[in-house]
Design a protein around this ligand. Sequence first.
Ligand code: MD3
Ligand code: FE
Length: 208
Amino acid sequence: MQKIKIGGLAGLSYLSGYFDRDGQEALLEQIRTIVSEAPLFQPVMPKTGKPFSVKMSNCGPLGWVSDINGYRYQPTHPETGKPWPEIPDTLLDLWCEVAPDAPKPEACLINFYETGARMGLHQDRDEQMFEAPVVSVSLGDSATFRVGGLKRKDPTSSFRLLSGDVVVLGGEARLAFHGIDRILKDTSTLLKNGGRINLTLRRVTPAD
Ligand code: MD3
Ligand code: FE
């Protein structure tokens, strides 16, 4: 594992290869269990109702959802109405290691990308506080990730996220525009049918 800082943004760090193959397989197994309880759903854009190309689920006391009424965090699955499953210890341990000063994560968003899926440039600002970082884990096929500045029109740079990589978005980088341009087919053997999973750990409410 090596820690690399990227872009001009303070607070963005990239932990290349944080999870080795065994670690990735163990985490994938835990995600499969979570998704069997809290199935992937296809969110739609507020107002337009246009479906996302990414499918999602969550674990933790809160989960991020998007529907015709807007983006929000809620304690239950939008289709089953059940509480989200717990965040696995592996991910809580990761958070303690990379964000030791932040209160515990409350949400872990699970994004599933098939080969053609993408995520447009956006900011993560549905949380009630931005002091805690967002911590991202990539599994499966590599992706081209794009990150810019605090304004949509700021210049962007892109880099590749590989299976097992962790990105910590704290400080200035916490509110940077970012997105996923594309998934690079057949770049990992972790997922039998290809595609990519991204996990993002988030603190939503102020510390208690
Ligand atoms: C940079 N997910 O779920 S994770 C998202 O790979 C999201 O699925 C992408 O953007 C994915 O909201 C990127 C890495 C990430 C997460 C949050 C960030 C990068 C970020 C917040 C600020 C800047
Ligand atoms: Fe995001």
